[in-house]
Design a protein around this ligand. Structure first.
Ligand SMILES: Nc1ncnc2c1ncn2[C@@H]1O[C@H](COP(=O)(O)OP(=O)(O)OP(=O)(O)O)[C@@H](O)[C@H]1O
Length: 299
């Protein structure tokens, strides 16, 4: 990929593409995401960080139609998000997954072509009859797919089976496939997981290059160096709630973020009130039991 010279650390920020308002997601008694607001603008890279189990992936799933939020709404380009994944993709949101989801026995090129299906206008009968319209559309799709493979640096592997690619390249292929749907918003779920520092650096440049094309990006990542280098804004989720949001320097220097990662309690921590209540109730119950008549005889 030849993006190093052309990418910039910042780009002009455009209109709001994603506007999540008061998003809450409950699974039975568990609130995985609570009242989260987040916007992402065109030309922006926004990071979503938080300790394991903080609700990051659940929030992503609420943005892609995989989950319908229990409360709140997600607006994309000023419209409420449709409740099905394929409609969300057609509307212009694409994503990659924490656990790579490629078609392992298809070629690299075929994987990208699959990603284009929401953008091909040729219908069912055209595909069956394979008329001139179909062949023209197919040629255009292949051309675009090859461009995308070149963009991510995989053009020489177009005919390889996806399963034979090294791990880092499989992640790049997932990104190429996501880009094939020509999204306005790209959601990346741990794009550098399992990568060595060199591959991570290349991915960083790739994400800048995608942003430079005017695509808004929201990225979940545990690699803090990657996040703080990359993002214009970072939102921190802790126990399903947004603890804070700010530029990299602000978030990096916030003691509450460090405490949340280390699992240390801090004033005003999400869920702290509930924990204190439970602890107080437990302490009260213990005192009552200890004071109960005949207790000594049990020991
Ligand atoms: N489908 C589900 N049903 C029930 N509970 C769920 C479901 N999905 C997630 N959870 C729970 O919601 C909470 C948030 O999980 P989530 O995977 O969103 O966190 P995360 O921040 O992405 O974590 P990680 O960084 O480990 O991937 C966890 O307690 C998890 O067990």
């Amino acid at each position: 990929m030849t993006t190093t010279d052309t990418t910039t650390k910042t780009a002009p920020v455009g209109e709001t593409v994603l506007d999540a308002r008061g998003v809450t997601m409950r699974f039975g008694g568990l609130t995985a995401v609570r009242d989260v607001n987040l916007t992402v603008n065109r030309g922006e890279i926004v990071g979503l960080i938080g300790p394991n189990g903080a609700g990051k992936t659940t929030f992503f799933n609420c943005l892609t139609g995989l989950y319908i939020p229990t409360e709140g709404e997600v607006r994309f380009k000023d419209k409420v998000l449709p409740p099905q994944s394929f409609k969300v993709t057609a509307a212009g949101i694409a994503r990659t997954f924490q656990n790579i989801r490629l078609f392992a026995n298809m070629t690299v090129l075929e994987n990208v072509l699959v990603g284009r299906h929401t953008r091909t206008k040729e219908g069912f009968w055209s595909a069956i009859l394979r008329g001139p319209g179909f062949h023209k559309a197919e040629a255009a799709s292949r051309e675009r797919a090859m461009e995308l493979l070149e963009f991510v640096g995989l053009e020489s592997k177009a005919d390889h089976l996806a399963r034979n690619l090294p791990y880092g390249e499989q992640r790049k292929l997932e990104i190429a496939r996501a880009l094939a749907s020509e999204p306005d918003l790209l959601l990346l779920d741990e794009p550098t997981a399992g990568m060595n520092p060199q591959e991570t650096r290349v991915t960083e440049e790739l994400v800048f290059a995608i942003r430079d094309q005017g695509i808004a990006i929201l990225v979940i990542e545990h690699d803090m160096r990657f996040i703080f280098n990359l993002c214009d804004r970072v939102a921190v989720l802790v126990q399903g709630e947004k603890l804070l949001e700010g530029d990299s320097a602000t978030v990096q220097g916030d003691e509450r973020v460090i405490a949340a990662y280390l699992g240390e309690p801090f004033e005003g921590a999400p869920g702290a009130e509930e924990v204190a209540e439970v602890e107080a109730a437990e302490a009260q119950a213990e005192t009552t039991t200890d004071a109960a008549p005949g207790k000594e005889n049990d020991r």
